[in-house]
Design a protein. Structure first.
Length: 297
């Protein structure tokens, strides 16, 4: 079987619908209990098999993305022993350090793409997943890019197949919020976990009502560090059709949930006119594993 020469992979935005911080290990890692899903918007990684690893960045959000060895794409690729060398062209559509996966999703896309381009390679045959976890706690969940309950430090992944497709507006006020700073600013690190996720939701409204009773335990600390998060939250909550607004991850991106795709798209257009300086996208949230599968050419 010939090795595919070009692979293109979507790195979908990761959305923490809930994020409960339940404790902290002796080694400093925080324990989480989070319901994570993925959007139909994201970065795109083109992988062209070559003689050496090389990184090219482009796209509307690429200005501050490193293209040297510190880039998570190259660091993840280096963990794949036996995989071919490649030139990575990253089209960066997601804001940097924004709480929606970003670099972790890109690293996971590199891993998926190179694995698919390596005939006979089995990523489960070695400890590469453990090493990817060291690069970033979000990377293992981004590998599957499917709706799941995430526990531990990010390594316990339980797929949730019955969540309805949710319609959202994603907003980032174009401020970067470093995750370590948010964890450091948290006053309470031992909080209750999520309750069991209902086995059936009757629809979008039922799901949103359940989500309303959950939390993002990092939001208060993140907002104290970056008040623009409160402005985004207020803008979403102030929209007549928004049913729930919450920060994703460690911020500063927030999501607003809407009853229909049409309502979300209309809200995104209206909010973009009011806040032209913000990054605003309408998105569908749900299992993205098919969209995130490598495409060969």
């Amino acid at each position: 079987m010939a090795t595919p020469q070009v692979v293109e992979v979507l790195a979908p935005a990761k959305i923490n619908l809930t994020l409960h911080v339940t404790g902290q290990r002796a080694d400093g890692y925080h324990l989480l209990d989070s319901l994570v899903t993925f959007a139909d918007v994201g970065d795109v990684l083109r992988i062209e098999i070559g003689d050496a690893f090389e990184m090219i960045t482009q796209g509307p959000e690429a200005e501050t993305v490193p293209d040297g060895p510190e880039n998570l794409v190259l660091r993840a690729a280096a963990l794949l022993e036996g995989a071919p060398k490649a030139v990575f062209t990253l089209t960066k559509n997601l804001p940097v350090a924004s709480g929606i996966g970003g670099g972790s999703a890109d690293a996971a896309a590199a891993f998926r793409g190179l694995s698919a381009a390596t005939p006979g390679y089995d990523p489960k045959a070695d400890d590469v997943l453990e090493r990817l976890l060291v690069l970033g706690a979000d990377i293992p969940m981004c590998l599957a890019s499917t709706t799941a309950r995430i526990e531990g430090i990010g390594e316990i992944i339980s797929p949730v197949g019955h969540l309805p497709t949710l319609h959202a507006v994603l907003i980032n006020p174009r401020v970067a919020v470093p995750t370590p700073a948010v964890f450091k600013a948290m006053k309470q690190r031992t909080n209750p976990p999520m309750p069991d996720i209902p086995p059936v939701f009757s629809g979008v409204s039922d799901c949103i009502e359940w989500l309303r009773a959950q939390r993002n335990d990092m939001q208060e600390a993140a907002t104290a560090l970056e008040p623009a998060i409160a402005a985004v939250q207020s803008a979403l909550e102030g929209h007549r059709a928004c049913q729930l607004a919450r920060m994703s991850g460690s911020g500063a991106t927030c999501f607003g949930l809407f009853e229909t795709a049409q309502a979300a798209q209309l809200a995104a257009r209206e909010l973009s006119r009011t806040y032209p300086q913000w990054w605003i996208r309408a998105a569908q949230l749900g299992s993205q594993s098919d969209r995130a599968a490598p495409c060969f050419s």
